[in-house]
Design a protein around this ligand. Structure first.
Ligand code: UGA
Length: 434
């Protein structure tokens, strides 16, 4: 099949690579010409585990190409997938749909034969109806269906999640469109269920799933804080809880709060939509508020360890919003660093992949190290804020000769407790007995 993808961000690009790998001919469209130039030169514009090799392979096989021309992306396509950003509006909880509407209006101009327009961007309920009406106004003679096709891939695991999804949700009342989408996903259907639902239900599924996971994280963070106060151990508690299949063991890792481009924005959008619909969404609202407090709690935890030092040096390991990605959007690590910088401290930072993106947010207010050991040199306290496996494998014996004080605050609970304690460190964790 021929597939056009509009938007080459963290959803669009892995989707394009994945569909090409499945055997389709994919053209990815982006307005940003400098990005398109990079992609045309076979250089991926973002970091995702496993993406690079598949990207290069499919470019070389001619199944994956890039253009800034909407016409090229749309006119031959059987399916056009919209994967543009839907960030929160400035100082508002409402999602900003301007990029989506622009894309839809342009697509309408170049539609030829029957085309399925699939919305992969996370959009408020009823957006599919609006897009359908806009296209009908611009191209009344065209034959098309608008489908909601939410994406559930996680950054850092995007290629794996795309090629081995838990489920594929297709929201449309059109049988013809369902058949087209079924054909598109054919290679995955041996191992994955396709769930065909109404378009509005599909739009809700995406928000409901993300908000549920955000609530789960906030809940486990509260339980972790409770454990700390009453002398219980969170890893034992989550083991006991997670063994109940009704709860499940995933997404029970306490930490510095959820971040990224999805949970913060989608929880806020859900609350906003519920308000407009006059429905109660207080559980999600409390989650948002609790999560926003989390970076302050983490910053205090770190500063507590250096309260007796004047102008302490703080080593920060991890800046991405989670491991496996270079993405720093809404990163708890960036928020914690920003809070620390309100005090009279020196901050030395390191992240294996996110240094370029972090610099855009933190500027020259921190010192950038070339590796974890350089970041820890002279440090009065070291804090781990992103769960990169290289931090779990730090040689604490080697680090002991570099740090000023052997104190580690592990905000991701990834350090082997016995190992570091044997080397004489003081270790503070989340929800641990310490
Ligand atoms: C999330 C969803 O997991 C995907 O299913 C969805 O497709 C995606 O949003 C989206 O809407 O596009 P993502 O934002 O990539 O994916 O990241 P997650 O792995 O879900 O992590 C989100 C945040 O929660 C991170 O800051 C992570 O560190 C934190 N987290 C996650 C925890 O603090 N504890 C956990 O147990 C799990």
């Amino acid at each position: 099949m021929k597939i056009g993808i509009i938007g080459t961000g963290y959803v669009g690009l892995p989707t394009g690579v994945g569909l090409a790998e499945m055997g389709h001919t994919v053209i990815c469209v982006d307005k940003d010409e400098s990005k398109i130039k990079e992609l045309q030169a076979s250089r991926p514009t973002l970091y995702e585990d496993g993406l690079n090799d598949l990207f290069i392979k499919n470019c070389h096989e001619g199944k994956l190409s890039f253009t800034s021309s909407m016409k090229e992306g749309v006119s031959e396509a059987n399916v056009v997938i919209i994967a543009v950003g839907t960030p929160s509006k400035y100082q508002s909880e409402a999602p900003d749909l301007q990029f989506l509407y622009q894309a839809a209006d342009e697509i309408a101009v170049y539609l030829r034969d029957y085309t399925v327009i699939a919305i992969k961007s996370t959009v408020p309920v009823g957006t599919g109806d609006k897009i359908e009406r806009r296209i009908a106004q611009i191209a009344p003679q065209c034959d098309y269906d608008v489908v909601s096709l939410p994406e559930f891939l996680r950054e850092g695991f995007a290629m794996h999640d795309f090629l081995h999804p838990d489920r594929i949700v297709v929201g449309t009342e059109s049988k013809r469109a369902r058949n087209v989408i079924r054909r598109m996903y054919e290679p995955l259907l041996k191992e994955t269920k396709i769930l065909e639902v109404a378009r509005r239900s599909s739009e809700v599924i995406k928000y409901a799933a993300n908000a549920f996971l955000a609530v789960k994280i906030h809940y486990i963070n509260e339980i972790a804080d409770f454990c700390e106060k009453v002398g219980a151990e969170i890893s034992e508690v989550t083991m006991g809880m997670g063994s109940d299949p009704r709860i499940g063991s995933r997404f029970l890792c306490p930490g510095p709060g959820y971040g990224g481009s999805c949970f913060p924005k989608d929880t806020k959008a859900l609350v906003y939509m519920a308000e407009k619909a006059n429905a109660d969404m207080s559980l999600v609202r409390v989650t948002i508020e609790g999560n926003e407090q989390r970076s302050t709690t983490m910053a205090k935890k770190i500063l507590q360890e250096v309260k007796d030092v004047s102008r302490p040096k703080i080593a920060i390991l991890g800046l991405a919003f989670k491991g496996g990605t270079d993405d720093c959007r809404e990163s708890p690590a960036i928020k914690v660093v920003s809070q620390l910088l309100n005090e009279d401290v020196i901050v030395q930072v390191y992240d294996p992949k996110a240094m370029i993106n972090a610099r855009k947010l933190l500027g020259e207010r921190v010192e950038y190290a070339k590796d974890a050991y350089e970041a820890m040199t002279g440090a009065d306290v070291t804090a781990i804020l992103t769960e990169w496996s290289e931090f779990a494998n730090i040689d604490w014996g080697k680090a002991a000769h570099l740090v000023h004080r052997k104190i580690v605050v592990d905000c991701r609970n990834i350090i082997h407790i016995q190992d570091i304690k044997q080397k004489g460190y003081k270790l503070r964790r989340i929800g641990g007995k310490d």
